[in-house]
Design a protein around this ligand. Structure first.
Ligand SMILES: Nc1ncnc2c1ncn2[C@@H]1O[C@H](COP(=O)(O)OP(=O)(O)OP(=O)(O)O)[C@@H](O)[C@H]1O
Ligand SMILES: [Mg+2]
Length: 280
């Protein structure tokens, strides 16, 4: 079903620990949303270490850095991926992007807001860790996906990320994706363990996004730079990412308009107000 208004739902993908599957979750969820009939845009928000374009085997002339340095317009930067999903590629190995100041992030998101009216869904790959870039991009989203693997250190970092977003940015809805599981029951157990901790220490219930199996086909597709090919959709991992997308969209549809999907720009100001003026 199509959206009725012209502001996209913003879904951010985060993790705490690196290398757990954020980028694969981002691209596969974006393609699932597009398949469900929602015109979808990906923002590669892993600023400075970007790789959405690489996992999809795409190569563009410009990236976000060219926009920020006035060499290109954002529309010139857009790449077209599988099923017609659009991608805003970031740059890799560019200090300026990795260490963006609040004012530059606002400038970037303002530009994204200008073109976002053409889309129903915006999915942001926000990178690992809890840097200001990561926290800011997650603070502007309507739905926050947290990806973890079953490993204890990945879970500890996922909890640390949730704690910061909850305590400092007032986020209460976290959709958890347990990636690289060996069985459905392992995924459920890991989700339960994380929920027990957030319930106990943050008085917070988590939302189950799904368990994505570890699959050699996924590893191969990454090597071939085809991380979101049609054949991935038919694997159990692909089906799990579809299901996670369906769940989060159902959740967003049920939310009252005033609580979510209120647009990037308006949310920027609430973020700005929470930061000290010195951060500018
Ligand atoms: N479900 C899966 N099955 C098999 N391998 C997987 C799966 N998910 C992720 N991987 C492997 O993990 C690697 C890292 O995935 P991805 O790049 O999505 O992680 P990331 O969280 O974005 O990493 P980074 O923090 O470095 O950006 C992939 O290259 C792939 O080899
Ligand atoms: Mg990544």
């Amino acid at each position: 079903m199509k959206r009725r208004d012209k502001k996209p739902w913003v879904i951010s993908v985060a993790s705490g620990k690196g290398g757990v599957g954020k980028t694969l979750t981002t691209v596969n969820m974006a393609i699932a949303a597009q398949r469900f009939g929602y015109k979808t845009l990906i923002l590669d928000g892993d600023l400075g270490l970007a790789n959405v374009d690489i996992v999809l085997g795409l190569r563009g002339r410009y990236n976000i850095n060219d926009v920020l340095e006035y060499r290109a317009e954002l529309k010139d930067v857009l790449l077209e991926g599988p099923l017609g999903v659009h991608i805003i590629p970031s740059g890799s190995g560019i200090n300026r992007l990795a260490d963006m100041k609040l004012v530059q992030r606002v400038q970037l998101l303002d530009k994204v807001e200008e073109i976002s009216g053409d889309y129903d869904v915006l999915v942001i790959d926000t990178g690992a860790g809890i840097s200001e870039n990561v926290l800011h991009l997650n603070s502007v989203s309507d739905a926050l996906m947290v990806v973890t693997t079953p490993e204890p250190h990945a879970l500890a970092d996922a909890y640390a990320f949730i704690k910061v977003m909850c305590e400092h940015h007032g986020k209460r809805d976290f959709h958890i994706v347990i990636n690289q599981v060996i069985s459905e029951s392992q995924g459920l157990k890991v989700f339960q363990r994380l929920t027990d901790i957030t319930k106990r220490f943050l008085n917070l219930d988590l939302l189950f996004g799904g368990s994505v199996p570890k699959d050699v086909l996924i590893e191969r597709s990454v090597m071939l730079q085809r991380a979101a090919d049609e054949n991935i959709t038919h694997t159990r991992s692909g089906q799990a990412w579809n299901e996670a997308t369906r769940r989060v969209i159902e959740h967003l549809k049920e939310r009252p308009r005033s609580e979510g999907a209120s647009g990037i720009r308006s949310l920027l100001f609430s973020h700005t107000n929470q930061r000290s003026a010195g951060a500018l």
